[in-house]
Design a protein around this ligand. Structure first.
Ligand code: ADP
Length: 261
């Protein structure tokens, strides 16, 4: 690199260097803040079920366990708390792998119609508990073959349907539909007529741990990671995810998939 002799250029270069450095420091600072917030969120998410489990165990140790009924009830609740912890840790593991780019996709040809039918069977009980009607609307009776990572797409459908039931009203509906576009894409939609989301929350919805109503969501369980995972998986496929929602009316999440040619 030639040595700059011109004073004006030199000043400019020094200024630029200082700006770059400042920028570097600022970005580091933001990243550090982000990391702190993330760690804060994790410990908060883990603490609640941990304290619950600890509470039940301590009460049992205190003598409550002498009564068979109480013992079983408390052990059951402690076990549910542990289940929740495992669920959160699994989600965390998944999001970390996705964010580090450590999760290679296992691309294969599969029938998305069949996959959705399978997912529906898994949710029948959960939906019935809230008397939510699950409907699968599609134009064709034939298979629609897509090229994607089957397990990950299963997870996407799972997370979206869990939410539509969780944030759906009693006796509401959840509908999944496939639009088989003539081009090389299919669009999968998960629609509910549940509580909906106010416009100002929509841009932040896919952030990890972001929740519209903290207390309300926590009552419903979940890790606050579901949509962040969905977004990562869809983007890893180079596909797109869309959301349309209106408070008090309902929500529609849709994503594209590559059709198998
Ligand atoms: P959570 O574990 O809290 O459900 P998600 O990442 O899956 O985390 O969702 C983030 C937030 O988005 C939820 O807490 C909820 O406020 C909102 N949300 C997601 N799906 C829906 C839906 N179908 N209807 C209304 N709100 C939703």
């Amino acid at each position: 690199k030639p040595i700059t002799t011109d004073m004006a250029t030199l000043t400019q270069e020094i200024d630029k260097y200082a700006r770059d450095k400042k920028f570097e420091i600022e970005t580091l600072h933001v990243r550090e803040e982000y990391r702190k917030e993330f760690l804060g969120n994790i410990s908060h998410e883990l603490k609640t079920p941990l304290f619950t489990v600890q509470g039940y165990i301590l009460t049992l140790l205190d003598g409550a366990g002498n009564d068979k009924n109480i013992r079983e009830k408390y052990l059951d609740r402690a076990s549910k708390g542990v289940e929740r912890l495992i669920f959160i840790v699994n989600d965390l593991d998944m999001i970390t792998k996705l964010e580090v780019g450590d999760l290679s996709l296992q691309m294969e040809k599969f029938d998305i119609v069949e996959l959705i039918s399978n997912v529906f069977e898994m949710f029948e009980m959960k939906a019935a508990k809230k008397r939510i009607t699950l409907t699968f609307d599609r134009d064709y009776n034939d298979p629609i073959y897509v090229f994607a990572d089957r397990e990950r797409i299963l997870q996407v459908l799972n997370n979206l349907i869990v939410n539509s039931i969780k944030y759906g009203h009693d006796k509401g509906t959840t509908e999944v539909s496939i639009e088989n576009l003539i081009k090389n894409k299919a669009i999968i939609r998960v629609t509910d007529n549940g509580e909906g989301i106010a416009e100002n929350h929509i841009p932040r919805l896919f952030e990890r741990f972001y929740r519209v109503d903290k207390s309300g969501s926590r009552k419903e369980g979940g890790s606050g990671l579901g949509l962040a995972i969905v977004k990562h998986i869809i983007e890893a496929h180079d596909e797109k995810i869309y959301i349309e929602s209106e408070l008090g009316v309902g929500s529609e999440f849709s994503f594209t998939l590559e059709k198998f040619k």
